[in-house]
Ligand binder design. Structure first.
Ligand SMILES: NC(=O)C1=CN([C@@H]2O[C@H](COP(=O)(O)OP(=O)(O)OC[C@H]3O[C@@H](n4cnc5c(N)ncnc54)[C@H](OP(=O)(O)O)[C@@H]3O)[C@@H](O)[C@H]2O)C=CC1
Ligand SMILES: CC(=O)N[C@@H](CCC(=O)OP(=O)(O)O)C(=O)O
Length: 345
């Protein structure tokens, strides 16, 4: 059993890592950390795992995280992640970072949308952790920047169409809706019950930080710079993301070309499921799983294709994908510990 540790284990993505890793057949969790919950037992904070994982929270300190561990998951906010990761790498430990700190190739793009980068020298070697795009590089990486949740759903929905040059790259519009756990466990006015229940709103219109992340990967696929419109929405559910993506088809492209591109691109993808024609997915059918379910329809009246992409933000959008990346890095089957079916009622 390979020992792994989790920094920021008291948060939602940290807990999702514990849920997945406590049932993983090839790894064991060596340490979990939180500053506020230091000394408390995990099951007092999250009773759901009583009997599955009996660790206590320790301080978020490099000595604790690297004590016997071969790989560390950093489930910390942006900035806090890049403050600690260089010292983990210096001790010979591999890292899967769930924050945005190591998702960008270009430090100036990160700095335009986030803040000054304190470890830009590591951006060249960090690998963007989307297995369908970068599987081989992830396997050999020391540092993986795990993708954002919205970014995962939008990139997977566009990738086959852009790579096959079936759509006008400049025409992409992604309209995405997320459950509230996407904002983390911390309390805030915009995410408390009365502010979200029975309502539905767009936020960070034309300025959400997943926009440059999506554009980085779509540009890589298209082989030229791509700009998109991306609008996130907050919906009153705990977990799940549904993205509706619109794009103009290139002249002469029809339903069959689109279907062939999706089937070819995802022919060997373990965690992408293509819905049968005429079936459009719900977030419930991927809940608690690492699946991204995709469906599409060509609107011949407008010459556009409409793609629907669903994921669970905490699993495929964060911790499930992080475990999948760990599996690749450690040479395990990609789906090790991630085989369970989703939780649809
Ligand atoms: N929620 C989601 O759906 C997704 C989240 N992410 C990213 O994953 C990361 C974790 O997100 P999430 O679990 O939702 O966040 P939470 O707010 O739920 O948890 C954050 C964790 O980090 C710790 N923490 C907070 N501030 C600091 C700090 N300054 N230094 C050290 N530790 C700190 C917290 O514990 P304590 O304060 O006690 O130390 C807690 O354990 C973030 O970067 C987020 O952007 C990525 C994809 C999806
Ligand atoms: C609903 C909600 O608030 N979602 C978060 C995205 C969660 C995510 O993927 O986080 P990072 O890219 O910040 O790591 C947001 O809009 O900021």
């Amino acid at each position: 059993m390979v020992p792994v540790s989790i920094a920021g284990a008291s948060g939602y993505t940290g807990f999702e890592l514990i849920r997945l890793l406590s049932g993983h057949p090839r790894v064991r969790i060596s340490a979990i950390t939180s500053r506020a919950n230091q000394g408390e037992s995990l099951s007092d904070v999250y009773p759901a795992v009583r009997g599955h994982c009996d660790l206590r929270f320790e301080d978020t300190d490099p000595d604790v995280l690297t004590r016997g561990a071969q790989l560390v998951f950093t489930a910390l906010p942006h900035q806090a992640a890049m403050d600690i990761i260089p010292s983990l790498l210096d001790r010979g430990i591999r890292v899967v970072d769930l924050s945005a700190d190591f998702r960008f190739r270009d430090a100036s793009v990160y700095e335009a949308w986030y803040q000054k980068h304190s470890a830009p020298h590591l951006l060249g070697e960090a690998v963007y952790g989307l297995p369908e795009l970068h599987r081989e590089r992830i396997a050999n990486a020391r540092l993986v920047g795990n993708p954002g949740c919205y970014s995962t759903s939008v990139i997977l929905g566009c990738a086959p169409l852009l790579q096959a040059k079936l759509i006008v790259a400049e025409s992409i519009i992604a309209d995405a809706k997320s459950g509230v756990s996407g904002a983390g466990r911390g309390l805030s006015l915009t995410t408390h019950y009365c502010e979200v229940n029975d309502g539905f709103r767009a936020y960070k219109v034309a300025e959400h930080r997943h926009t440059p992340e999506i554009e980085q990967e779509l540009s890589f696929l298209a082989g030229k710079p791509v700009r998109i419109n991306f609008t996130p929405h907050l919906v009153p559910m705990s977990r799940g993301i549904l993205s509706t993506i619109y794009a103009q088809l290139e002249p002469g492209v029809n339903e069959q070309h689109v279907a062939e591109a999706f089937h070819a691109f995802y022919a060997s993808a373990r965690f992408v499921r293509l819905c049968p024609s005429g079936h459009f997915p719900t977030t419930l059918q991927v809940r608690g799983s690492n699946y991204c379910d995709l469906a599409w329809k060509v609107d011949s009246r407008t010459g556009r294709v409409i793609v629907i992409s669903v994921i669970d933000n905490l699993t495929r959008g964060a911790s499930g994908q992080a475990v999948c990346n760990m599996n690749l890095m450690l040479g395990f089957p990609e789906d090790c510990g991630l085989e369970a079916a989703p939780w649809q009622p």
